[in-house]
Design a protein around this ligand. Structure first.
Ligand code: SAJ
Length: 427
């Protein structure tokens, strides 16, 4: 089986490599010359466990090559980004999907399968992609098989989840679904769930929306606890011991290219029916400002000027800063012009990031933890010894230090008043 994978980013590259590992002949296509050259030289441009070794392996076996242009093949998989548009409801931007489709049309032949893995608005495959292929002279379900097979893997665990997660195979016709299943059977060990393309699109979007709404509930609980002087973290811990309750973890906001993006694809198609989804987005979007306000209070209380941000990626153990709430907090604090701000992140390479933790913390008066990287979880009290004031504000509740010489505030159970009746976290 020969496959063209269009788009070699966080999803396209692992997908291409895993198909190659299981014996398919892969041409990975991307519009970036730099990415193509790097990959063909065995170098990876994204951070994801297991990918560098797998790339080397499939280059050695001759099952993978990267190219700027597609080739004739049996299967064409589209895994390009679909960012939000700048319109009222931040709807789905199909520019890259359409470009990828146009670039494969000259290579399409009867019997080929086209698979859309990119996240798209409900009904896109049927009403836009199908029409593009039909206009090129093909019948869907007879000449060309068209399938929406949404990616649902968790960054950080992509290779494992690609194999073991259940996979939705949304065919435009039953024949399309059947063909889609035959393709993914090559490596998927989870169930291959047959569906219509439209139901597959909405399922993918609702999965991320479910998580976004539940995180919003946790973040709202933090604000309630803050207003009522109650430890929200303890509330979450206890409530989650009920057999049917699973409150998610609060944090400095929701980032990444999925949870902070996908709910808008539903909102834009059904604005009047999505009041809850819209409210959740607003709550999560407001978290960076909530953190900035708390940092200002802390800095004022301790009469401090210098602070160190620990972590700027959108979540732990990734270099991805897309839609990162930590970046919004960094920029917001910078814009205040009141503080001397240092930044340290072992995963992200940017000019404003200090080269090591000690350099970032020496002389600092507050360590503001915005990411739960493993490298931060394992920090010891000694790691903070060069600070001018030993103060930590942990918005991810991941630092486990209990040393009494370090003042640690957690998001969810800090108490900013002098009259904290539990006395635990009062200034
Ligand atoms: N977050 C919280 N509290 C939580 C969980 C997450 O604040 O309890 C934050 C994270 O810090 C991060 C954001 O939410 O900023 C998103 O992180 P995530 O780990 O929930 O998800 P993603 O965006 O890395 O990956 C999601 C996954 N979707 C689901 O779990 C339903 C993944 O399976 C999808 O494939 C991926 O989106 C995608 O590509 O759509």
């Amino acid at each position: 089986m020969k496959i063209n994978v269009m788009g070699l980013g966080y999803i396209g590259l692992p997908t291409a490599l895993i198909f190659a590992k299981y014996g398919a002949n892969i041409v990975g296509v991307d519009i970036s010359k730099e990415i193509i050259e790097k990959l063909n030289a065995g170098e990876v441009h994204i951070e994801e466990p297991g990918i560098p070794a797998m790339l080397q392996r499939v280059i050695d076996t001759g099952n993978f090559k990267a190219s700027l242009v597609p080739e004739k093949a049996d299967v064409f998989i589209i895994a390009v980004p679909t960012p939000n548009q700048q319109d009222t409801f931040k709807s789905c931007d199909l520019t890259y999907v359409k470009q990828a489709m146009l670039s494969i049309l000259p290579y399409l032949e009867t019997g080929n399968t086209v698979i859309i893995e990119s996240t798209v608005s409900p009904r896109t495959t049927e009403s836009i992609i199908k029409v593009m292929i039909e206009e090129a002279g093909f019948n869907i379900g007879q000449d060309i098989y068209l399938v929406h097979c949404p990616e649902r893997v968790l960054p950080g665990k992509i290779l494992e989840e690609l194999i073991f997660n259940n996979r939705i195979i949304g065919g435009v016709t039953e024949a399309c679904t059947k063909r889609g299943k035959e393709i993914y059977e090559l490596f998927v060990r989870g169930e291959l769930i047959g569906a219509t393309a439209s139901a597959a699109e909405l399922s993918k979007l609702m999965e991320n929306t479910y998580r976004d709404v539940n995180i919003a509930l946790a973040n709202e609980l933090v604000r309630v606890g803050d207003a009522l002087n109650i430890d929200a973290l303890r509330v979450i811990e206890m409530a989650n011991r009920h057999p049917r309750v699973n409150i998610h973890q609060p944090g400095p906001g929701v980032g990444g290219h999925c949870l902070a993006v996908d709910p808008y694809f539903i909102i834009s198609e059904a604005p009047e029916q999505t009041t809850l989804i819209q409210a959740a987005r607003d709550i999560n979007n407001a978290m960076p400002q909530f953190i900035i306000d708390k940092v200002q209070e802390l800095m004022q209380h301790y009469q401090s000027k210098t602070l160190t941000i620990l972590g700027v990626s959108y979540k732990g153990n990734t270099d991805d800063i897309r839609e990162s709430p930590a970046m919004a907090i960094y920029n917001g604090l910078q814009a205040l012009g009141q503080f001397d701000i240092r930044v340290y992140d072992p995963h992200v390479t940017q000019s404003f990031i200090a080269s090591n933790l000690e350099e970032a913390l020496t002389g600092s008066e507050l360590a503001l933890v915005l990411c739960d990287h493993d490298a931060f979880r394992s920090l010891l009290s000694e790691d903070f010894s060069s600070m001018e004031k030993k103060l930590i504000f942990d918005t991810k509740n991941c630092i486990e230090i209990t040393d009494v010489s370090i003042n640690k505030y957690n998001l969810g159970n800090f108490n900013w008043s002098e009259t904290n009746y539990e006395g635990k976290y009062a200034f």
